[in-house]
Design a protein around this ligand. Structure first.
Ligand SMILES: Cc1cc2nc3c(=O)[nH]c(=O)nc-3n(C[C@H](O)[C@H](O)[C@H](O)COP(=O)(O)OP(=O)(O)OC[C@H]3O[C@@H](n4cnc5c(N)ncnc54)[C@H](O)[C@@H]3O)c2cc1C
Length: 472
């Protein structure tokens, strides 16, 4: 474990380290360092070195050059490396209570997050890179169609297994994992509601992530009130002609397969059908790429239909079943997005834990301050509580229980609110450093803020829970 602090540290271990690195990551950095980067240190040259001997880490503003910050930015990584190092002794251990098999694929996902995602998450965010090749590597591990059936290339795992995997991947890059969760949801919708021909046509290339999918429900005029959508699909022989537009579509423009909710009948949910469109269909176009607070490793665009002709054979399920299919997809989607929030919160607790131990104020580590100790304890407690609610909902959905949809809404509401509060508190504990892009904690805060808004806002989640309670 090394401590490649860019500009602080010589003064007795009081360095707010932006990165929690293992030697392998440092080695990789050291090999790639170009002329003009901060000089390779004893630490990033490979061997373990105490923080105090790390060249390039002089205390004081003078040494904080633009070049040093640029180099530091490349070093920002996720704290799952710390998790691996500390083993399972912690009370927030995400493997507690899991079967041996679940622990195995959790480890695979954690390793993938630490090695393939965490070292790049800052760059993907800054340069707005959609990391297609990394996701295809993840798909080789079975993460492209986690709860899709194996006969069409899926992994055939349960909803709880899926939650465990998304939580683990999210520690490496929450934004990329969140897109993967939407892709998985689309693949599951085709697998579950498509006929055999459709399943075999679309699912294999989605599970391998040779092709990427988008979920198209929201429109400029219908967000929370999704059943009021207006995109029309008029029947013409063996085809539907689509006109209208979808807003805020994750992956839009960069993805290949669009699962679209459109109106084939009268007003309300029963007039909605679900069709699958492929990129390149005449009449299908995209809006400009949105500029976002977070989720920058995935594009968001409007999807536009202008006399867009789709074969009737691309409709999933029966006419009028589309809203039901969309909501069934979202039950799992809500668990998945909540799981991504768990990963971000876990990572942020570890970052805060590390920072409190290293940073000194008033002559002692911040960790000695009882107020901060109590806040850390609260963060850990809220994380474990949120994980329990999410895993409970995942089990209910897997078992097909009647209360599953409400439990999924509760899980999404509770976990995304709690986890945002945890990440935000972790940023606060970092003081001014938490506000700098060299420190990973701010990215977790930015990336999970939107989880309280999409896949049904948390106000809509409250409506679903309240309706269930008051129905009598
Ligand atoms: C980055 C990003 C990615 C997205 N990706 C997708 C995607 O891939 N596919 C897709 O279909 N959609 C996607 N969305 C859209 C998202 O699902 C919607 O933004 C969300 O459902 C809210 O709709 P809206 O933005 O129109 O807000 P509105 O519905 O206008 O709501 C505005 C506010 O009013 C509140 N509100 C509304 N009605 C009520 C009520 N009755 N009681 C109390 N409060 C209420 C809402 O909770 C919200 O706080 C994405 C959004 C974002 C920001």
């Amino acid at each position: 474990m090394l401590s490649p602090c860019p500009s602080f540290s010589a003064g007795g271990g009081n360095a707010p380290s932006p990165a929690l690195l293992e030697s392998e990551v440092c080695n990789r950095y050291a090999k790639k360092a170009s002329p003009g980067d901060s000089p390779p240190s004893a630490a990033n040259a490979g061997g373990p070195a105490p923080r105090t001997t790390t060249p390039g880490c002089r205390r004081g503003a003078a040494s904080r050059t633009a070049m040093a910050w640029r180099a530091a930015r490349r070093r920002v990584t996720a704290p799952l490396l710390l998790l691996r190092q500390r083993g399972i002794a912690s009370c927030i251990d995400p493997s507690a209570g899991l079967t041996e098999e679940q622990k195995e694929f959790q480890k695979v996902a954690l390793d993938f997050a630490a090695k393939e995602m965490a070292p790049r998450m800052a760059e993907w965010d800054e340069k707005e890179i959609f990391p297609v090749e990394t996701m295809r590597k993840a798909a080789q591990l079975g993460f492209g169609g986690i709860y899709v059936k194996p006969d069409v290339g899926g992994s055939g795992l349960s909803r709880l297994d899926t939650s465990i995997i998304f939580e683990a991947l999210s520690t490496g890059c929450t934004s990329t994992t969140a897109y993967m969760s939407i892709h998985n949801m689309c693949a599951w919708m085709i697998d579950t509601f498509g006929n055999e021909e459709q399943r075999h046509r679309f699912c294999p290339s989605l599970c391998s992530m040779e092709k990427f999918a988008s979920y198209c429900l929201t429109e400029p005029g219908s967000g929370s009130d999704a059943a009021s959508l207006l995109t029309s699909a008029k029947r013409k022989g063996d085809t539907y002609v689509l006109n209208g537009s979808k807003a805020f579509i994750s992956g839009g423009g960069d993805t290949d397969v669009y699962v679209v909710m459109c109106r084939t009948g009268g007003p309300g949910p029963k007039g909605i059908s679900c069709v699958v469109l492929e990129k390149g269909t005449p009449g299908l176009s995209f809006g400009k790429k949105e500029k976002k607070v977070g989720w920058n490793s995935q594009p968001t665009r409007a999807v536009i239909f202008e006399d867009c002709v789709v074969p009737v054979g691309n409709r999933l399920g029966a006419e009028g079943q589309g809203f039901n299919i969309a909501m069934k997809g979202l039950n799992g989607g809500r668990i998945n997005i909540a799981s991504c929030s768990l990963g971000a919160a876990h990572a942020s607790v570890l970052l805060a834990q590390e920072h409190l131990t290293v940073r000194k104020q008033f002559g002692e580590p911040l960790a000695s301050n009882q107020y901060l100790q109590f806040r850390l304890a609260e963060m850990a407690t809220r994380l474990v509580a949120a994980r329990l609610v999410v895993r409970n909902a995942a089990r209910a959905l897997q078992e097909g229980r009647e209360d599953a949809a409400v439990l999924c809404s509760m899980a999404k509401l509770f976990a995304t609110d709690e986890c945002f509060a945890i990440c935000n508190q972790a940023l606060q504990m970092h003081g001014g450093y938490g506000y700098l892009k060299d420190y990973a904690v701010q990215q977790f805060v930015r990336d999970i803020r939107v989880h309280q808004i999409l896949e049904g806002t948390n106000e809509v989640m409250r409506m679903i829970v309240a309706r269930n309670l008051l129905q009598g």
